[in-house]
Design a protein around this ligand. Structure first.
Ligand SMILES: Cc1cc2nc3c(=O)[nH]c(=O)nc-3n(C[C@H](O)[C@H](O)[C@H](O)COP(=O)(O)OP(=O)(O)OC[C@H]3O[C@@H](n4cnc5c(N)ncnc54)[C@H](O)[C@@H]3O)c2cc1C
Ligand code: FES
Length: 337
């Protein structure tokens, strides 16, 4: 057990063998450490080590620039204490977890093909699945070194059910192993929930959801949370899906099954790689272009949720905040590093 103290504050937390990183140890103890991806990609969790010894789990993590390394900055999501530590890191009330994340075993109950390269993995834990719509969990397959972040597509429940829509990345280290070697009855370590791009139940605004590829998973959870919350029953939903080809379109049956779909939901699809022989007569191009075309100046009246590959999120947030002046606090996103 190692004690981690944040210099110039009265904040400290413990890191024991149940926590694989400083970030996850602090969050599990209710400390509002800043973060986004938990995966070494965004840089939100940078800190400085002042005293003590630690292990860097992924020294080459892309979120650290050469300047960061020169200045001795590190990533809390990629470091583990080897002794008591004193670190310099800011905290933020908005990062305090609503549901403290915890690591537990989960068993795979079922798999379901969603598209040619997205599969739904339905896992069950012994304790209830408590999370906010839009959050994710860190999954560690036995025999692999590092976890990966995957967003839940379902809603919190007392039955311990966590559903994930996962895309196979052909040259990836972990997702192909999930597809090829993870079968019903197998177990893995599930650590969560994490993530700050959650449904804002206090907002009076209508909602725009924008999914790029496997970004459908958290966005479907947001849509489910919105349409199943009685206190949000007067909010309309504009649901945008960006897919490559017709075969990659997904999530529409799940949306159509939600209460209020016929009266409250408008769906829009853009295909980026549609070939002429697919007979696609809908929109083509990137999804952020379709969002701008359809809602343009009305966007600032909405609460916007988006997820997908970093270039898609970058193009979409630029369009929302720079071109259409959507206030930053109305834009909620996860980049799938
Ligand atoms: C917040 C968040 C939510 C996500 N939700 C989903 C989802 O719902 N569905 C989905 O399909 N994908 C999701 N992803 C992407 C997913 O986490 C993986 O990046 C993707 O499955 C590819 O993993 P891979 O191991 O196959 O590929 P790889 O190319 O091997 O790894 C991809 C990512 O894993 C991390 N990584 C790589 N090497 C290391 C290392 N040595 N140590 C630690 N981390 C490392 C990096 O972030 C890298 O970008 C999400 C990502 C984030 C950040
Ligand atoms: S949270 Fe650590 S790099 Fe993103």
């Amino acid at each position: 057990m190692h004690r981690v103290t944040l210099v110039d504050t009265d904040i400290c937390f413990q890191q024991d063998e149940t926590h694989d990183t400083l970030l996850r140890a602090g969050l599990s103890q209710g400390i509002g450490l800043p973060y986004e991806c938990n995966s070494g990609g965004c840089g939100s969790c940078k800190f400085e080590l002042l005293e003590g010894e630690l292990e860097e789990l992924w020294p080459d993590a892309p979120a650290l620039t050469a300047r960061d390394r020169k200045k001795g900055r590190k990533l809390a999501c990629q470091c583990r204490a080897l002794s008591d530590l004193v670190i310099r890191m800011r905290t933020d009330e908005s990062c305090v977890p609503v549901h403290a994340p915890a690591r537990q075993q989960a068993v795979l109950e079922a798999r379901r093909d969603i598209t040619p390269d997205i599969v739904e993995f339905r896992l069950r834990t012994e304790s209830p699945a408590h999370f906010q719509p839009g959050q994710y969990a860190m999954l560690t397959l036995p025999g692999t070194s590092a976890p990966r972040a995957y967003s839940m597509s379902n809603l919190a429940n007392d039955n311990g059910i966590w559903e994930f829509w996962i895309r196979r990345k052909p040259d990836g280290a972990i997702s192909p192993a999930l597809f090829d070697s993870f079968h019903p009855g197998d177990t893995l370590a599930l650590d969560g929930p994490y993530g700050l791009a959650v449904l804002n139940t206090g907002s009076p605004r209508d909602v725009v959801c924008i999914a790029g590829g496997s970004g459908i998973s958290p966005v479907l959870s947001i849509a489910r949370g919105l349409l199943r919350s009685p206190e949000l029953a007067d909010r309309a939903l504009h649901f945008f899906l960006g897919a490559r080809t017709r075969a990659d379109i997904c999530g529409l049956d799940e949306l159509a099954a939600l209460p209020g779909f016929d009266t409250r939901v408008t769906t829009y699809i853009a295909l980026s790689d549609a070939s002429p022989d697919e007979g696609w007569e809908g929109a083509t191009g990137f999804i952020h272009e379709l969002v701008a075309k359809e809602l343009g100046p009305r966007l600032a009246e909405h609460e916007c949720y988006l997820a997908g590959p970093p270039p898609m999120v970058q193009a979409t947030t630029r369009m929302l905040m720079l071109d259409h002046k959507v206030p930053q606090e109305q834009v909620h996103f996860d980049r799938f590093f």
